[in-house]
Design a protein around this ligand. Structure first.
Ligand code: NIG
Ligand code: FE
Length: 428
């Protein structure tokens, strides 16, 4: 992108910036320069620019931040889904069948599949994506999956502790030591984060502590899968270790909500120093509409350094489970994100708009809360200051909706409302 070229996006009926105190603007325009938001204001006052995009009275929102996905895998599990819809329960053990076919696939096949799913995400408005490993479960396989993921996004997560692989049956401790030792050594160069699936049929809280602390010591940030199949102390572990996010939270144990709500204070707002959280690409001062961006600086909007509760409603949809109590979490002051968890077992969707519709219909979130969770909430869950909002200085990830308001994302479920996606200011 040439830094000198500026683009004016004008005639935006409703612009969601997430600027504190002025999250939404009517009749707005933005100027994009060098891939960042350089100006925000009324369409009538818009400055000149080298090129213009007429939003045509559409709604513009920040690009979606999908902070939880497992895009690198082979095969699918449609038969398992069909059996579930006929009454069978979801079990973590199904992961092993995807591991078996993923191990047999070539790098080129895995990359092509992940690229296809990433393209699905992009046309549905996702501009930032996190990708986990977890379908290799050996040193070589996990490292190659992460290398593939890393070629697609900087937000990569080492999930060697997804489930115990079949060849380690009866040797749990050996596998935990493998993950915390040689596998971590091979994977850390390709990863920003480390994650553990804590649940029945996966890993215990003590096993997770061992693995997460090893990852933190290697400079990775912590994130956790917990509370999917039943209440667990995994959510408290995530807070204790200063994890950026604890994902699922379908079932909550006593004290979980208080622990999550208090996690920001424990970390010190904006410090992002616990949990081995890797240095984010953002940082810098707050931007303001009508001012010019400082190149290289992104505004810090929330400064939240606690543990985000990342809710994955497409999992509840696809496993016929109860939905998490988003209302209780939000009312208690917990920071909430929404993500797809795209994977072949529990949630084979790439659609954030679908997750927003479920969050509004089934989880008591308002459309504004759901949109915030899928943008700024996802950015908080990845400790990213530069994405998830459209204030001056932010990365110019902009989604134009074929609708006058983002409410339509929930109001018109299943309808392809994404008209145009700009990623770092560039047309996709
Ligand atoms: O996030 N919970 C653990 N892992 C995935 C499921 C993976 C699978 O079933 O293949 C999840 O839901
Ligand atoms: Fe997951």
């Amino acid at each position: 992108m040439g830094g000198a070229v500026s683009t004016l996006v004008e005639n935006i009926a409703l612009l969601v910036t997430h600027e504190p105190g002025r999250a939404e603007r009517h009749g707005a325009a933005i100027v994009i320069e060098a891939g960042r938001i350089a100006w925000v204001g009324d369409s009538a006052d818009a400055p000149d620019a080298d090129t213009r995009i007429d939003a045509g009275g559409r709604c513009a929102v920040p690009g979606f931040v999908d902070s939880h996905s497992h895009l690198v895998f082979a095969g699918d599990r449609a038969a398992e889904f069909e059996a579930r819809m006929a009454g069978r329960r979801y079990e973590a053990g199904g992961i092993r069948s995807t591991v078996a076919v993923t191990r047999e696939a070539s790098d080129a096949q895995l990359l092509a599949g992940a690229r296809r799913r990433l393209a699905e995400m992009r046309v549905q408005g996702t501009t930032t994506v996190e990708i986990k490993s977890g379908y290799g479960l050996s040193v070589e396989q996990e490292a190659r999956i992460l290398a593939i993921a890393r070629s697609l996004t900087p937000e990569t997560t080492f999930l060697g502790a997804h489930v115990l692989p079949a060849e380690y049956a009866g040797r749990r401790d050996d596998y935990v030591e493998l993950v915390a030792g040689p596998m971590l050594d091979a994977c850390a160069p390709h990863a920003r984060w480390i994650d553990v699936f804590i649940d029945d049929g996966a890993f215990s809280v003590d096993e997770a502590r061992r693995i997460l602390l090893a990852g933190i010591a290697r400079g990775l940030g912590a994130r956790v899968h917990a509370g999917q199949l039943g209440p667990s102390a995994g959510i408290r572990l995530a807070v204790e270790l200063g994890a950026a996010s604890v994902d699922h939270c379908t079932f909550l144990a006593d004290g979980d909500i208080e622990a999550l709500a208090g996690s920001g204070a424990a970390s010190g707002a904006g410090s992002a120093s616990r949990g081995g959280v890797p240095t984010g690409p953002g940082g810098g001062r707050s931007g303001q509409g009508g001012t010019t961006a400082v190149p290289g600086e992104a505004p810090v909007l929330s400064g939240w350094g606690g543990t985000v509760a990342t809710l994955l409603p497409a999992v509840e949809f696809s496993t016929r489970s109860p939905y998490p109590d988003a209302r209780r979490l939000l009312d208690a002051g917990v920071h909430v994100a929404l993500a797809t968890d795209c994977n072949p077992g529990s949630s084979y969707t790439t659609s954030i708009p679908f997750c927003i519709a479920l969050a509004v219909r089934e989880m008591g979130m308002t459309p504004a809360e759901a949109l915030r969770a899928a943008t700024l909430g996802g950015a908080e869950a990845l400790r990213r200051a530069d994405v998830g909002h459209l204030t001056v200085g932010a990365t110019a990830d902009v989604v134009l909706l074929d609708a006058p308001s983002y409410v339509h994302l929930a109001y018109r479920p299943g309808v392809p409302l994404v008209h145009r996606v700009l990623a770092s200011g560039a047309q996709q």
